[in-house]
Design a protein. Sequence first.
Length: 415
Amino acid sequence: MAKRELRKLGTAKEVERIKAAGRHSDGGGLCLLIGAKGGRSWVFRYRRPGGGGNDLGLGSADKEGVSLADARERSEELRAQLRKGIDPTAERKAGAMVGTTFGEFADDFLESIKAGFKGRTSHADWKRDIEVRAANLRPKLLPDITANDVLGVLSPIWLTIPRTARETRSRIERVLSAAKAKGLRSGENPAMWRGNLKELLPKAKRSKRHHKAADYKDVPGIVQVLRTKHKAADTAVNLAAEFIILTAVRTGEARFMRKQEINFKERLWTIPAERMKTEDDAEGKEHEVPLCDRAIAILKAVMPKDLSLEAYVFAGQWSRDHSKPLGMNSVLHTLQKIYPDMTTHGCRSSFRDWCGDETQVAREVAEMALAHKVGDEVEQAYRRGTALKKRRELMEMWGRYVEGESKVVKLAAGG
């Protein structure tokens, strides 16, 4: 194969005389690039190892910039890298990152992942942890961070605010894992839990946060008050509160419900995976919610006939076109006006207590109705095919109880 021609542009004086806009090849990937307004620069054009074409800027080609000789010398160095299978652009980026501190890298990393956050406060929580909680790590070079440095961040808060401390550790670990993936660190992650920090930190007691809940025996009365208020004020928020009670879902899952998620024929609401409650970096799973008669009636009552598929079902107070969802605390305030010792999350607790006290439904079915993880992946896969029918029976029974029926047919135990 013939060698590619080099030095096609001639001498430096000949290069100076080139005025036409466009790309002028010197051979071997080196090009003189002249813009429409006369700007001149050197560019190295090459094909990435195992990839497509790429341009790597070498600097200005003006009199005060990179000379022709220097540009040719640099392009020869780049061709040598390519012969070794090295991507010059990746090499340049890696070189630019040498000496990067934890703070610099963490800030860039947060910017790169924030689009994937699901939680409303996720970005603010991350920012707090990498800027405030991990302040002592920020000036340290990435390769120099040790387990003792991470302990310095965690030890003062490990027993006093354990949940925050656990989240901070997890985020530090993720930042350092990303740094290693970019070649900026090597060896084990100093923020790793198992076989590392687990052996160095005291065991913190995990305290369960209990949401205020109404006694399930009071739920039918609460729903009757909601219906009375709806007739008087004609507000969607009272119907939304009743719908949340009937379906035992989280408030956010109902607030952001869109028309396209509802299958009236199957009497089923499918909540997309991205809206299910998960950690920032976890993959959610879609959840199917069987709809009882009253739940169906509520949906038809709050949705105009010409509502678009993308529109929110429960619209905000001033959103006539349903382009904005119901306010975050509107349902909570409505419920607490009726029953002060009640929260929207507590509605789920009332439902679960009723399942345990008043039915013989299997624990797994009740937990799956709440979208709680049950068993390992094998067990989940096994139950997926049969649980929907049993959950539909359960939600119909709950709907009848909420309607005020004193006697309901108890589901038989069994998965």
